[in-house]
Ligand binder design. Structure first.
Ligand SMILES: *Cc1c(COP(=O)(O)O)cnc(C)c1O
Length: 362
């Protein structure tokens, strides 16, 4: 036995397991397990990435200036309050490390993104789960659990894997009810997909009070998951803290260049948004017509809940979909063993899923 031991809490971390991407013996696999963009990425982003292939010996711009300017220009935000990271995952982890430690509490919602309790435990803090109602974050349940020890509150809006979202009014009520000493982190990874007029990604709350952060990602609508690129819009002092704890060159040069090109190619983002809106509605309706429970989703995926019956449950559905070459995401790790999460893919993928689940339910 080694005498070398990690800090308390680290060995309590349940390692994050990503979506599967291959099936033994299946040639054409339809991977719908990780909410990736079925349209790929902007061709201009791919070109910007390739253009850096002969400059790999140079360090990237550690200040991320061009990308922060592009993001700020696009969203009407002060670039000085934008911090870029290697995926929003890095920013969530840095917030955990900087603001929470042993004895502190980190609140997350029952079916929230699995990274939040991982971030809390990695920081040595205590994760505190707030139960949801109807697969939707419950503001009162979160407020009930807030104490002077609460340092961070993580909330994905819209949430993965449930697809539910909280309207702007509920988010404002949450911020108002939390202690001023608790930093509210709004993870808006799916913001660009939301079509509801009562939704606000979080910028207004960040501007309204010095204790709210919004994180965003290039992994979803911009289709750059492989490059690991995300950003946070923060109060000025939180931005300064993140700059202190992040690596000096935490974002690679090809990611920075592709990110700028992706921001400039709004036509690609718009195509992605429209594709998603169309096939999200189509798949939701088709699966509901089969008698399946599909809660409304504001993201680029659906949660599908299966009957509690060994022939028709989520495990049986998973085997059936796998046999047709489709890989959805199992939800047992989220405490939803009766459910599968299916990403909105290409038209042919969606037709295949509907057909396969039609056979399954027949
Ligand atoms: C996909 C996703 C992210 C994005 O993570 P990256 O590290 O930016 O790829 C963040 N939060 C949630 C809830 C997600 O589903």
């Amino acid at each position: 036995m080694s005498l070398v031991k990690p800090r308390p809490g680290i060995l309590d971390v349940e390692p994050y397991v990503g979506g599967e991407s291959s099936l033994p013996g299946v040639n054409r696999v339809v991977k719908l397990a990780s909410n990736e963009n079925p349209l790929g990425c902007s061709p201009r982003a791919a070109e910007a990435y390739r253009a850096l292939a002969d400059q790999l010996h140079l360090y990237p711009d550690g200040g991320h200036g061009e990308l922060r300017d592009a993001i700020g220009g696009r969203h009407g935000l002060d670039p000085a309050r934008i911090v870029c990271g290697a995926g929003s995952d890095e920013l969530l982890a840095l917030l955990g490390r900087a603001y929470a430690g042993p004895g502190d509490e980190v609140i997350y919602s029952q079916y929230g993104f699995l990274m939040y309790p991982i971030v809390a435990r990695t920081a040595g803090a205590t994760p505190v789960m707030a139960p949801e109602t109807g697969l939707t974050a419950n503001v009162d349940a979160i407020l009930d659990r807030a104490t002077p020890r609460t340092k961070l509150v993580f909330l994905a809006n819209p949430n993965n894997p449930t697809g539910s979202y909280l309207p702007a009014g509920e988010m404002a009520r949450l911020r108002q009810g939390l202690p001023a000493t608790a930093l509210l982190v709004i993870d808006a990874a799916y913001a660009e997909y939301v079509i509801h007029s009562d939704y606000e990604p979080g910028t207004q709350l960040v501007d309204a009070a010095p204790n709210t952060v919004m994180t965003r990602t290039f992994s979803k609508i911009h289709g750059l998951a492989a490059l690991r690129l995300g950003w946070a819009y923060c109060p000025q002092d939180v931005a300064q803290v993140l700059h202190r704890v992040r690596g000096p060159f935490n974002v690679t040069a090809p990611a920075l260049a592709a990110g700028v090109a992706a921001i400039e190619d709004q036509a690609f983002a718009e195509r992605s948004r429209q594709h998603n809106a169309r096939w999200l509605a189509w798949l939701t309706e088709k699966l509901r017509a089969l008698g399946l429970d599909v809660p409304p989703s504001a993201g680029n995926f659906v949660l599908v809940r299966f009957p509690d019956n060994p022939r028709l449950n989520a495990d049986a559905a998973l085997r059936h979909l796998n046999a047709r070459g489709v890989i959805p995401r199992r939800m047992a790790g989220y405490g939803l063993p009766d459910s599968l999460r299916i990403t909105i893919g290409l038209e042919e993928d969606m037709r295949l899923v509907a057909e396969a689940l039609g056979e399954f339910m027949a």
